[in-house]
Design a protein around this ligand. Structure first.
Ligand code: PGA
Ligand code: ZN
Length: 438
């Protein structure tokens, strides 16, 4: 038995300089820690992130209440228990909280403990974290994910006028994960030069997730810029595009305010359909507001065979919302963020439910991150096949990619890169296009 001998939390800083929770755990043989990420474009259905709310410290963003909840409520209950029982410990915390959205103890308090417990269990079993998470997920093989690297930032993450929050590159044609990071880094460098030449050096400052935030106003301007960089870097065959629209942020009074227009859902479906025909886009996240299941379903029906429609604010890593989406055929992929739901056990359940229903799973960071690379191991352990962790820039982003490089090296031939899984539908699409143009 691997008894938890110490469990304590502290307030640390995240990548935006805001406070967040860190949890430390000790057993007889190990001492581990975990850090909790935090979003900016958060969905209203997410589990509750507990902040102090008084104006004196950190303008109300302090997390001392969450820290106290770990130290005074959770720790006394978990101390002495066996850290390998992830499910049992997560359930105990869920029951201790007793609310639907973890509002009493705070999802940030509970998640910090849940992640730290997973790390301690891995160490006690003398396993790498990804091996332990694979065990918890009943996976026997290892897959290195395709990274979706967010290289142009807009929306809530940048100071420009772009409505779409993230423009991402997906190196599906890379030979392996390490090669994928090389492709993205080279392309990112080309993009930097192009932006600097066109808009001056003020424009190469980066946003919260490490992507550039040039003074562009329209979606197509950003996509054109990306296409230019792809061409210049010579990676037309290796790289596809993805977008996270985070559309809840530009949904106002029943209309989608994008690119200077006010569109209803159907007009926005048409806009996305046009974009997908013009650019090699294979993944669109949150194309509509978080409760607009109807238009999500229409878009999935229209383009879902060749394009991944990802639910982030729509699904919030919550099996109830995922079941709703499955019933309505509203999305064909899940964006998995551990802090949207608050425990490792529930995040694994969300991924497994999605996979069982033939949905893709993209493991995701938050815009407020830390140096903790837990999600890199989670992506491999879950066999998710996809990860998004921002640009190949800023250490809280590259911490995850660098961890994946190490995992790939360690696994050598005992793993594969997920790129091939994404090539097939696109090939079909490209062939169709050629037939039409012939
Ligand atoms: P967030 O952004 O972490 O600010 O929510 C990431 C996303 O929307 O995917
Ligand atoms: Zn999103």
């Amino acid at each position: 038995m691997a008894k938890i001998e110490l469990l304590r939390a502290r307030e640390i800083l995240d990548s935006r300089g805001n406070p967040t929770v860190e949890v430390e755990i000790s057993t007889k043989h190990c001492k581990e820690r975990a850090m909790v990420p935090s979003g900016a474009s958060t969905g209203t259905h997410e589990a509750w992130e507990l902040r102090d709310g008084d104006d004196k410290r950190f303008k109300g963003k302090g997390v001392l209440k969450a820290v106290k909840n770990v130290n005074e409520i959770i720790a006394p209950k978990l101390m002495g228990m066996d850290c390998v029982n992830q499910k049992e410990l997560d359930k105990l915390m869920i029951d201790l909280d007793g609310t639907e959205n973890k509002a009493k103890l705070g999802a940030n308090a509970i998640l910090g403990v849940s992640m730290a417990v997973a790390r301690a269990a891995a160490a006690e079993n003398e396993l790498e974290l990804y091996e332990h998470l694979a065990d918890l997920s009943d996976n026997m093989t290892y897959v290195l994910p395709v990274p979706s690297m967010n290289v142009i930032n807009g929306g809530m993450h940048a100071g420009n006028k772009l409505n779409i929050q993230e423009f991402m590159i997906l190196p599906v044609g890379a030979d392996n994960f390490k090669h994928a990071t090389q492709i993205c880094s080279e392309l990112y460098g080309e993009l930097k030069t192009i932006i600097k030449d066109a808009y001056g050096k003020d424009a190469i400052n980066v946003g919260d997730e490490g992507g550039f935030a040039p003074p562009l106003a329209k979606t197509e301007d950003a996509l054109d810029l990306l296409m230019k960089a792809i061409k210049k870097s010579g990676y037309e065959n290796e790289v596809k595009l993805g977008m996270d629209c985070a559309a809840s942020e530009f949904y106002k009074n029943g209309k989608y305010e994008i690119d200077g227009a006010k569109l209803d859902g159907i007009k926005l479906v048409e806009k996305y359909t046009r974009l997908v025909k013009k650019y090699p886009i294979i993944s669109i996240e949150d194309p509509f507001a978080e409760d607009d299941f109807k238009n999500f379903s229409i878009l999935t029906r229209e383009i879902g065979e060749s394009v991944q429609i990802v639910g982030d604010d729509l699904l919030v890593t919550n099996v109830k919302r995922i079941n709703m989406a499955i019933r309505e055929k509203a999305a064909n992929a899940l964006l998995l963020k551990v802090n949207q739901i608050g425990t490792v056990t529930e995040a694994i359940a969300a991924a497994k439910l999605s996979m069982k229903n033939k949905m893709g799973v993209m493991v995701s960071h938050r815009s407020g991150e830390t140096e903790d690379s837990f999600i890199a191991d989670l992506a491999v352990g879950l066999k998710a096949g996809q990860i998004k962790s921002g640009a190949p820039c800023r250490s809280e982003r590259t911490a995850k990619y660098n961890r994946l490089i190490r995992i790939e090296e360690e696994l050598e031939k005992n793993c594969r890169y997920a790129g091939s899984e994404f090539r097939q539908p696109w090939l079909i699409k490209v062939q169709k296009k050629n037939i039409i143009s012939d």
